[in-house]
Unconditional design. Structure first.
Length: 504
């Protein structure tokens, strides 16, 4: 074993545009090492301290010689006590191969964030979160992400081990099919924000698929943090009854966005902030790869979770994330404000959706779930339903809704559609609900809440009607809320719909 110390004097600050990255001194291996000896190991350990104010990403170059069968990395860092209200140390990790660290991720080989303390890569296998493949000769880069740094600094230790010998045959990835059996044009239930052990979740794909089926879901979308390594591990979980779409939760320092339903093997880079003016490029890359751009939990309170890129590139927005909490209430109100602005400015509106963001037991899969009217159970049809806003969000499979608006001459529109009537034409708004015992129905418009029903019966089924005009309500959407725990606060959501627009 050889040890090295990466002190301040051995650092180089490389600045590209608005993004700064710290590159440390290279780790090299013995030129005379016997690379022909099968299973021979060589190890280097480096230590250093990152100060407060370190860049978002720090790269440690590793000179990998020829003949390496496996690369393994382990790391630790100190977590000293800090004053109340001060953030302690948190250090993420990943790796890029000899193709480099340039934005776009050509050299990307894996990311585990802070979920693991070690990983390996070889031709036939890799730690979850990392991509198997040859360990080729050249300069690799261990990527460190000092998420937060304590006032005392962040002392770290990294150990790199190379195993020499003949590599195993590389594996060929297989992916789930882009369609399931389906029921033709119908309402399909899905959860598009899920984490397995391929990022910071604790469940296997098989466990998630079983829970999805038990939750009555027809489709799911994989969304690991900053890695697409799970894409090749879902094929045997798909079936006629479950469509599995592939994606990524692009986890930046200024918010998270779901790349929903991208082509298999698509990687979307995350190494930028809002001030770098790069998000538009990667949003377009998501769409070029067949995916939707969906900002996730935009008002979440965790560090780096609050969405700061604006919604100009969004195809939809995740308004409800996991158990309904005050930040979801804020997101719902913010989304409603965007609906009002779209009406006022005569521009396209952004549909809402809800997902579980389930990571581990006891996080429930499919609570909430987005129920989408799609022409069939295919990736493209489900995405089109989400993009068009033909959907509602329910807390579970128990809740089903039918929400329509009709005019005096038989005009009819459903969720996400426009009822084309004169501004003073009477309009009847009708909601049919099941599975929502004692819930109150609220009809929300661009003027606010204009109608509130009596609680539904204890069996959870009921029909509520309200009459209005396009001049009085430019759109109408429905909310089903549980009985309020604290008056005058509204109760937690049981379900809500995307709007129906009124008028020509």
């Amino acid at each position: 074993m050889c040890e090295d110390d990466h002190g301040i004097g051995r650092r180089a600050l490389i600045v590209t545009g608005a993004t700064a990255a710290l590159t440390l001194g290279s780790v090299t291996f013995s030129p005379g090492f016997d690379a022909e000896a099968a299973n021979e190991l060589e190890t280097r350990t480096v230590r250093g301290t990152l100060p407060t104010g370190s860049p978002d990403f720090v790269y440690l170059p590793v000179e990998v010689p020829a003949g390496v069968r496996e690369l393994k990395v382990a790391y630790t860092y100190e977590k000293p006590a800090v004053p109340v209200g001060t953030q302690g140390n948190a250090l993420d990790i990943g790796i890029f191969d000899e193709r480099g660290t340039a934005l776009g991720g050509k050299g990307f080989r894996g990311w585990s964030g802070g979920a693991r303390t070690e990983f390996f890569i070889r031709a036939d296998d890799a730690t979850p979160g990392y991509l198997p493949g040859p360990v080729r000769e050249g300069t690799w880069h261990i990527a460190l992400g000092p998420y937060t740094v304590a006032p005392q600094g962040l002392p770290y230790e990294i150990t790199i081990t190379l195993a020499y010998g003949e590599p195993s045959p590389a594996v060929k990835p297989t992916y789930p099919p882009p369609r399931a059996k389906g029921r033709g044009r119908a309402w399909y239930r899905g959860d598009c924000h899920l984490h397995s052990w391929y990022s910071d979740g604790r469940r296997t794909p098989a466990e998630i698929a079983a829970l999805a089926r038990a939750a009555g879901l027809d489709f799911i979308n994989t969304s690991e943090h900053n890695t697409h390594s799970a894409h090749a591990h879902w094929a045997d979980q798909a079936g006629d009854d479950l469509l599995i779409m592939l994606g990524e939760e692009v986890t930046t320092r200024n918010g998270h966005v779901l790349a929903l339903g991208t082509d298999p093997g698509t990687f979307i880079d995350w190494r930028y902030r809002a001030r770098d003016n790069r998000f538009g490029k990667y949003a377009r890359e998501i769409r070029r790869s067949g995916g939707l751009v969906v900002p996730a939990h935009p008002h979440a309170t965790c560090i780096g979770c609050n969405w700061k890129f604006g919604f100009g590139e969004a195809d939809a927005v995740e308004v409800w994330n996991g158990a309904y909490t005050p930040d979801d209430e804020v997101a719902l109100a913010d989304w409603d404000g965007m609906l009002v602005a779209s009406v006022r400015e005569g521009r396209d509106w952004i549909p809402a959706m809800g997902n579980s963001d389930a990571h581990r037991d006891p996080d429930p899969v499919g609570r909430p779930q987005t129920v989408v009217l799609a022409d069939d159970l295919t990736r493209e049809a489900v995405q089109e339903g989400i993009r068009a806003g033909r959907s509602y969000v329910a807390e579970s499979q128990s809740v089903s809704l039918a929400f329509t608006a009709s005019g005096a001459k038989g005009e009819h529109a459903g969720i996400g559609e426009r009822l084309k009537v004169g501004k003073d034409t009477p309009v009847t708004v009708r909601l049919e609900a099941t599975g929502a015992p004692r819930c109150t129905v609220r009809f929300v418009t661009d003027q606010g809440v204009l109608f509130t029903s009596d609680p539904l019966p204890v069996d959870g089924s009921g029909t509520v009607e309200w009459r209005t005009t396009a001049s009085y309500a430019a759109y109408v959407r429905a909310e089903l809320r549980h009985e309020a725990v604290l008056a005058p606060l509204p109760g937690a959501l049981a379900a809500f719909t995307n709007p129906i627009f009124l008028g020509r």
